[in-house]
Design a protein around this ligand. Sequence first.
Ligand SMILES: *[C@@H]1O[C@H](CO)[C@@H](O)[C@H](O)[C@H]1NC(C)=O
Ligand SMILES: *[C@@H]1O[C@H](CO)[C@@H](O)[C@H](O)[C@H]1NC(C)=O
Ligand SMILES: *[C@@H]1O[C@H](CO)[C@@H](O)[C@H](O)[C@H]1NC(C)=O
Ligand SMILES: *[C@@H]1O[C@H](CO)[C@@H](O)[C@H](O)[C@H]1NC(C)=O
Ligand SMILES: *[C@@H]1O[C@H](CO)[C@@H](O)[C@H](O)[C@H]1NC(C)=O
Ligand SMILES: *[C@@H]1O[C@H](CO)[C@@H](O)[C@H](O)[C@H]1NC(C)=O
Length: 305
Amino acid sequence: MGLHRCWQITLLIVSFFTLSLVEASSHHDPESLIAIFRDLANKEIAKPRTGIVYNISLPANFTGMQVSVIRLRSASFWSRGVNHSFFNIPPRVRAMPNIMRLSIVYDNLGNWSSSYYNVPNYTMVAPVLGFMAYSSPLPALIGSTRMNFSIQGDPITIRFPQMRPQGKNETPICAKLGDGGSVQFFNMAKPFECITESQGHYALVVPSERVEFPSPRAESPAPEVHSHTLWWVLGFVIGFVGLILVILVLFLLVKLDKRRRIRKMEGNSERDLPFDTFWVGESKMPSASMIRTQPALENEQFIVS
Ligand SMILES: *[C@@H]1O[C@H](CO)[C@@H](O)[C@H](O)[C@H]1NC(C)=O
Ligand SMILES: *[C@@H]1O[C@H](CO)[C@@H](O)[C@H](O)[C@H]1NC(C)=O
Ligand SMILES: *[C@@H]1O[C@H](CO)[C@@H](O)[C@H](O)[C@H]1NC(C)=O
Ligand SMILES: *[C@@H]1O[C@H](CO)[C@@H](O)[C@H](O)[C@H]1NC(C)=O
Ligand SMILES: *[C@@H]1O[C@H](CO)[C@@H](O)[C@H](O)[C@H]1NC(C)=O
Ligand SMILES: *[C@@H]1O[C@H](CO)[C@@H](O)[C@H](O)[C@H]1NC(C)=O
């Protein structure tokens, strides 16, 4: 029974650790974030006006991200384009399917970038920036149809904010961050500028540095993403060691418990077994009570006399 119980507890602890590790290592889901932005925008802006940029205020636990939305007539979008946030959509971009109005949601994931997107073997050197176009059937600001662009003139330009220089003089590469962690790389058109023909999320990356021992002369601060990864690795190791310790302790407890029970049984047999065996076959109860009460009586007599 004790062994079974201990196994149950061990299993529970193992599954707890596994779950927390999976949760810790899994990234936040960008698709659900996009849906949250859309819902917030629709909730916050009751009577949206066409052609006005609205900043969406986000719940406190999203601090660090920036989201804005603009609704446009398709005709004006086609003839004038829209230059907002970090994206310049020039004229002669057609939104498909062909509808009256569209809304474009812009986001800047800021310090959350690496929580939502991860480019293996690369380090992001600018925040992840995204834009997404939707149908805008009145009176809703953002409808459910996601639009596609058909570029008939110049492509869309993404202008990344210039971040602090990296330790190495690597030229960043543009990365389009697709669904399910897929990444497409392409070169910058100009420093900190990428060119694209589609909506979505974009980042600037440089190849990750190999982990080196810091030399005292080159004081290049490790990129934030790196120290993040290091912490996770450390957490993993500590968690794993802790798990093994817990299992060891449990096994020890099981062993001790077993030994104690065996000893108890042995103890019982020393005290009770001969007693029982001696009286086997005869009426146990009276004899036992006789034996047990006798010393008491003797004692009483002893005390009295
Ligand atoms: C929206 O937010 C951006 C960035 O924080 C800011 O520069 C801009 O002034 C804001 N616009 C409005 C209309 O509040
Ligand atoms: C903020 O909290 C909401 C509700 O608890 C959650 O859905 C959302 O993912 C959180 N935001 C972040 C950035 O984790
Ligand atoms: C777009 O706006 C930025 C400032 O927000 C400006 O520097 C840039 O020249 C504009 N681009 C075009 C093509 O108008
Ligand atoms: C980003 O910065 C804000 C404060 O500016 C902070 O509240 C938030 O926790 C940070 N997010 C991450 C993922 O570090
Ligand atoms: C990252 O680099 C390692 C070693 O150079 C390689 O084995 C791995 O396939 C790379 N991962 C990706 C996603 O390219
Ligand atoms: C947009 O294009 C994708 C494939 O490129 C397609 O699957 C999707 O249906 C298109 N959406 C619309 C609204 O046309």
